[in-house]
Design a binder for this molecule. Structure first.
Ligand code: SF4
Length: 423
């Protein structure tokens, strides 16, 4: 790691994300730091402690050699090898071949990120789910795995029981499996839960060049007490959504995996940059590509009938493996906890924070001895957001302030972890 002056200042509520408009004159607006980063200052370790959809994600490195054609390993400028002074050059003026880091480069040690995370007010001891390298590399890749372990060990040695979740494509390779089995057994003895989601959608080599067996060694990992789940992702219309392709993907996992989670591909601006402007691939191959180009919020595209097809295939192959479509539901299943994202209380309308039936509101009042909005206010205070006020209008609960992504997600997670709402 290059020597740098660290800045450990916690700014919470966090500053708004910085967006670099028209990055390299491609029309793409990229975030300066990762989505959910808890600092916009690149010298602050919190810039690599991120609030992901269902967990805290520690991102000690940037760079991944697996070279998936849709991944710049993060929708942010920091994950590219480029100087801030070059953000507004024309893309033809830079060496595109050197823009995407393929050899993991350490930015902050795993231990530093773990310590930084537990000192953040939004982190809930023993409850917040923790991941490593979920948005910038592979957690068990040589050159990254030692930072993954450093972060896990730091938490375990300091008495934290928080569960760990990894989403990987590489799995765990032969030279590393012995030491990782010991590590998993050590954590299991302490009662710490771990889940590994393996992404496998039978993608062709031009899309995902890595051809190794992604479930290799994971049977032993499962025996060591780790929950193994199959991320059947990305299911892409016309590429990985045929019955044959889904069947081949399932054949690789069903003997081992305890659940299957289906998902499509969300065309984020990083994909637009890589696919069209760096790799020069045909935008029409990916669904909703032009929506993102037009500046519409990226949405996942999941071809119709895929869920039914997968369920039928699993049954036909003689298994009863449960199927989910949300990672947080996989985590609930793996860790036996309520849905960290409270999806059953969420609504399409962004102006409504949660929708909670009057019956549940009454039962919360009975149990907690206070109105639900007061219970929520106390939970917000417990994660360093005492200024947040809630308002109930019949079933709809509103937040009076505007919350950014990080505050919103950590508040939702904290309400889920509190157990105030029935699952
Ligand atoms: S394995 Fe993951 S981090 Fe690596 S290139 Fe593929 S999607 Fe990106």
């Amino acid at each position: 790691m290059k020597e740098k002056k660290l800045n450990n200042e916690v700014v919470w509520p966090t500053e708004s994300p910085i967006v670099v408009r028209n990055f390299l004159q491609t029309g793409v607006d990229l975030l300066k730091e990762k989505i959910g980063a808890l600092s916009q200052n690149p010298n602050n370790p919190l810039s690599r402690v991120c609030v992901a959809n269902s967990c805290f994600s520690l991102e000690p490195v940037r760079g991944c050699p697996l070279s998936c054609a849709y991944c710049i390993a993060g929708n942010d400028c920091r994950n590219l090898i480029i100087d801030e002074n070059s953000y507004h050059k024309n893309i033809t003026e830079i060496d595109r071949g050197k823009l995407i880091p393929r050899i993991p480069e350490m930015l902050f040690p795993g231990e530093v990120l773990a310590e930084t995370m537990i000192n953040h007010p939004g982190f809930v001891k023993d409850k917040s789910i923790v991941s490593v390298a979920i948005g910038s590399s592979e957690a068990f890749l040589p050159g990254v795995e030692q930072e993954t372990w450093a972060a896990m060990k730091y938490l375990a040695d300091h008495g934290y029981m928080n569960p760990f979740w990894f989403a990987v494509k590489l799995g765990i390779t032969d030279p590393l499996i012995g030491r990782w089995l010991k590590r998993f057994r050590f954590l299991k003895k302490k009662g710490i839960k771990i889940a590994i989601s393996v992404s496998e959608s039978n993608a062709p080599a031009w899309l995902e060049p890595y051809r190794g067996d992604r479930f290799r060694n994971l049977e032993k990992v499962k025996e060591a007490g780790v929950h193994i789940t199959h991320h059947l992702r990305p299911v892409i219309r016309g590429i990985t959504d045929s019955t044959e392709s889904l069947s081949s993907a399932l054949n690789k996992s069903l003997k081992i995996s305890e659940s299957v989670c289906i998902g499509g591909l969300r065309i984020d601006p990083g994909i637009v940059l890589l696919w069209k402007h760096i790799n020069g691939k045909d935008p029409n191959l990916l669904p909703k590509f032009t929506d993102t180009e037009k500046g519409l919020p990226p949405r996942k595209d999941l071809p119709e009938n895929v869920i039914t097809k997968v369920k039928k295939l699993i049954k036909k192959k003689g298994y009863k493996t449960p199927v989910f479509t949300r990672s947080s539901h996989i985590l609930s299943y793996a860790f036996d906890i309520p849905d960290v994202n409270l999806y059953k209380y969420r609504v399409e309308d962004d102006s409504v924070f949660l929708r909670i039936s009057l019956t549940i509101q009454s039962s919360v009042k009975m149990k907690q001895g206070k109105e639900i909005v007061e219970a929520f206010r106390e939970i917000a205070g417990s994660i360093g957001l005492p200024m947040i006020r809630f308002k109930a209008e019949a079933e709809k609960i509103f937040v009076k302030q505007r919350l950014n992504y990080q505050e919103h997600h950590l508040l939702i997670h904290a309400i889920s972890h509190s157990g105030v709402l029935p699952d």
